[in-house]
Ligand binder design. Structure first.
Ligand code: C5P
Length: 235
């Protein structure tokens, strides 16, 4: 992967294509034009006929983050990661369990695909972890898994803005730290409980920002994307 410290704001902004049809996604990509070079495809679009868009966008010179959060036995993860690399994706996600991360790191080696570990889903509280049979707190588990991600040699992790300062210290400098829950000053938080501005996220050590609704749901998407890029440039 490219050294994150050399990235421009355009390389760091990932626009989430959180829509349910390929046509809607294509219209957004057309509208945002050259301004945006990196898109995220998740469950909603991926499972609604959006997977072929990975290759299409890659052929247009765009980078694609395929966010399907894999979790399975090592052999299955390995084959899945090889297929995702074959689609032309730039980034993808797995759950940050040691076996899964080791298998993914092995499969992605030399492909240019950056595998990101999801440490602990941000919807989980300490109480939820206890209910699921874990002993420690969310932050203990985030810290442990960030360490294991670095040891496994995957490309980076996804972390909320609240975790980014903690995990940045643990990750090696070349690892990506991808942060969702970004809201430009004065915008709607929606269902995101803990949000930060683009500038704050970069200051906390995030290398990439995932932004969906502040751009996708804006009446002027291009202006919204430009405003975020300008804020990133100033940071
Ligand atoms: O619309 P918004 O900017 O909140 O979208 C953020 C994107 O990042 C969504 O695609 C969401 O699924 C994803 N995401 C998140 N929080 C996480 C992990 C992923 O919001 N902890």
């Amino acid at each position: 992967m490219t050294d994150p410290s050399t990235l421009s704001p355009r390389d760091r902004l990932i626009v989430g294509l959180d829509v349910s049809s390929r046509a809607e996604a294509e219209a957004i990509v057309t509208e945002l034009g050259e301004e945006v070079g990196f898109y995220k495809i998740g469950y909603q679009l991926g499972f609604a006929g959006g997977l072929p868009l990975v290759g299409e966008l890659a052929r247009m010179g765009k980078k694609v983050f395929l966010d399907l959060k894999l979790h399975d036995i090592a052999n299955t993860v390995e084959k899945g990661i090889e297929s995702i690399a074959g689609l032309g994706a730039t980034m993808t996600t797995i759950h940050a369990y040691p076996q899964v991360m080791q298998a993914a790191a092995k499969a992605a080696a030399g492909s240019g695909l950056c595998v990101l570990g999801v440490t602990v889903l941000t919807s989980l509280s300490d109480e939820d972890l206890r209910e699921a049979g874990y002993g420690g707190s969310v932050s203990d588990l985030v810290e442990l898994r960030a360490r294991q991600a670095a040891e496994a040699g995957i490309g980076g992790i996804v972390a909320s803005a609240q975790e980014s300062a903690l995990v940045r210290e643990i990750l090696s400098p070349g690892m990506a730290l991808v942060t969702p829950g970004i809201r430009p000053a004065g915008s709607e938080a929606g269902d995101q409980k803990r949000v930060v501005t683009p500038a704050q996220a970069l200051r906390d050590g995030s290398t990439h920002l995932v932004v969906a609704r502040p751009i996708i749901a804006s009446p002027d998407r291009l202006a919204a994307a430009r405003a975020i890029l300008a804020e990133m440039r100033d940071a």
